[in-house]
Design a protein around this ligand. Structure first.
Ligand code: KPL
Length: 284
């Protein structure tokens, strides 16, 4: 039985789903929330399965394993008060959309930061967390050696795989999110409604070609397929409300700064202009 305790910040849909898998693997999971309360959640799958998840509240104990599943824009506020509690050999597992959320709140160099890139999907209603897809999840930190606890977790997390080039996997996901998410937010439409054979698809093409311009400058073998992948994912998730549109509709801050904003910051460093992303970011 694994002895590690995992602390969780961000017990939303994806954070709770990840926590349920850690619990299934025998880890102790404790939630750190503003209210300092334990949480009781229920996961529901489309095939009718249900599972209750109990997340006891953390005390002020030190933290060795931290799952960060808050929205990228909330990372700084959530993480800052925890830094003094992080053990020097702590490990942080980041489960968030977008990139660069830790750039603004750097963690000590001795802390190992691992990233998850997932195509799982879950959303939260008033009562339940609805698991809509369990596909692939890549985990990595840019190195070759998986953490010791991963072997215990693999059997309990469908589609979880170690990935040596996690940065590239993050870019692949971000590339598609940078096309679909802001356009659905702008047009207040579902993902599939971007495929209109007209203006929206032209905007997709412009955004995708700028993403490919930037990423081919970073990766000489970048496949230049962002438009094709964005179209495929818009089709596969046609009925979805993108996470960015959901944020806009709920009056929450969006992840634009960590998706298109991250692309723009990277492009600026390389002296590249991305006018379609720039203008969309201003519009939103
Ligand atoms: O990841 C997504 C998101 O909404 O953030 C996509 C792939 C666009 C699915 O909705």
């Amino acid at each position: 039985m694994p002895a590690d305790i995992w602390h969780l910040i961000g017990a939303g849909s994806m954070g709770t789903l990840a926590a349920s898998r850690l619990l299934a693997a025998g880890f102790d999971v404790r939630v750190i929330s503003r209210q300092g309360r334990s949480l009781q959640r229920r996961l529901r799958w489309a095939d009718g399965r249900q599972q209750g998840v109990t997340l006891p509240a953390a005390g002020d104990e030190s933290i060795r394993r931290l799952l960060v599943a808050v929205k990228a824009g909330d990372t700084r506020l959530a993480l800052q008060p925890l830094l003094p509690r992080l053990c020097s050999d702590a490990q942080i597992l980041r489960l968030q959309n977008g990139m660069g959320s830790l750039d603004e709140e750097p963690v000590p160099a001795s802390v190992r930061v691992l990233h998850l890139v997932t195509t799982d999907g879950a959303w939260r209603s008033a009562e339940d967390i609805h698991v809509v897809a369990e596909n692939d999840t890549l985990i990595g930190d840019g190195g070759d050696i998986p953490p010791r606890w991963l072997a215990d977790l693999l059997p309990h997390w469908p589609g979880l795989k170690w990935c040596q080039d996690i940065e590239r996997a993050q870019w692949q996901k971000l590339a598609v999110n940078a096309v679909i998410n802001p356009l659905t937010a702008l047009h207040r439409c579902r993902n599939g409604e971007l495929l209109d054979g007209a203006e929206r698809e032209q905007k997709m093409a412009q955004l995708a070609s700028e993403v490919d311009k930037l990423l081919s400058a970073c990766y000489p073998d970048w496949p230049m397929d962002t438009l094709q992948r964005s179209r495929d994912i818009a089709r596969q998730t046609a009925a979805n409300t993108s996470s960015m549109l959901a944020d806009v509709l709920a009056g929450r801050e969006t992840e634009l700064h960590f998706i298109n904003g991250y692309l723009l910051r990277r492009a600026q460093r390389l002296g590249l202009a991305l006018p379609a992303h720039q203008s969309l970011t201003c519009q939103l």
